[in-house]
Design a protein around this ligand. Structure first.
Ligand SMILES: Nc1ncnc2c1ncn2[C@@H]1O[C@H](COP(=O)(O)OP(=O)(O)OP(=O)(O)O)[C@@H](O)[C@H]1O
Ligand SMILES: [Mg+2]
Length: 144
């Protein structure tokens, strides 16, 4: 399946299904050492107003620190394969950032979960997977 592919992007939010997506990507990458694996997580900058000025910076720094910790664990997991791998923390709306990242980095495939950390479980797709599946310029695997 990964024949002729050069880059796989995993969208990772720390949810169980994103962990499953990462495992799926690792198993695919094992088929061909030349496939590069990029794992991306997006964090939203908290919205500042005159009322929360100052607290916003602290909240943002806490979010960034949590993302760094999460990606450190991902990097440990990625050591299992000899392929070139990279983790990225980007700031902005997750759906848009994942789509942009895949396009700008010429990804051949995006792997993500059907749902993430959000609450409304009766929907099959979360808002991020829904957007990416519709807008991505490459193939997408939705893990469920
Ligand atoms: N911030 C993020 N950064 C990277 N990938 C993400 C992020 N949020 C979600 N994803 C990816 O999208 C998949 C689906 O998550 P999504 O956010 O769409 O569902 P949800 O959290 O259940 O619903 P919603 O966010 O709409 O309330 C996740 O399994 C993960 O692969
Ligand atoms: Mg979500």
């Amino acid at each position: 399946m990964v024949k002729d592919m050069s880059k796989i992007v995993v969208a990772y939010d720390g949810s169980e299904l994103s962990k499953k997506a990462l495992e799926r990507a690792i198993n695919l990458a094992k088929q061909d050492e030349k496939v590069e694996l990029n794992v991306i997580t997006a964090i939203l900058h908290p919205i500042a107003s005159i009322y929360n000025y100052g607290a916003v910076d602290a909240a943002h720094e806490a979010n960034l620190e949590a993302a760094r910790e999460m990606m450190k664990e991902v990097e440990e997991t990625l050591k299992a394969i000899p392929n070139k791998t990279e983790t990225y923390i980007v700031e902005g709306h997750p759906a848009q950032k994942i789509e942009e990242f895949a396009k700008n980095n010429n990804a051949d495939l995006i792997i993500m979960g059907s749902r993430g950390l959000g609450g409304l479980k009766e929907l099959f797709l979360g808002s991020v997977s829904h957007h990416v599946v519709q807008k991505a310029s490459c193939e997408v695997i939705i893990v469920k």
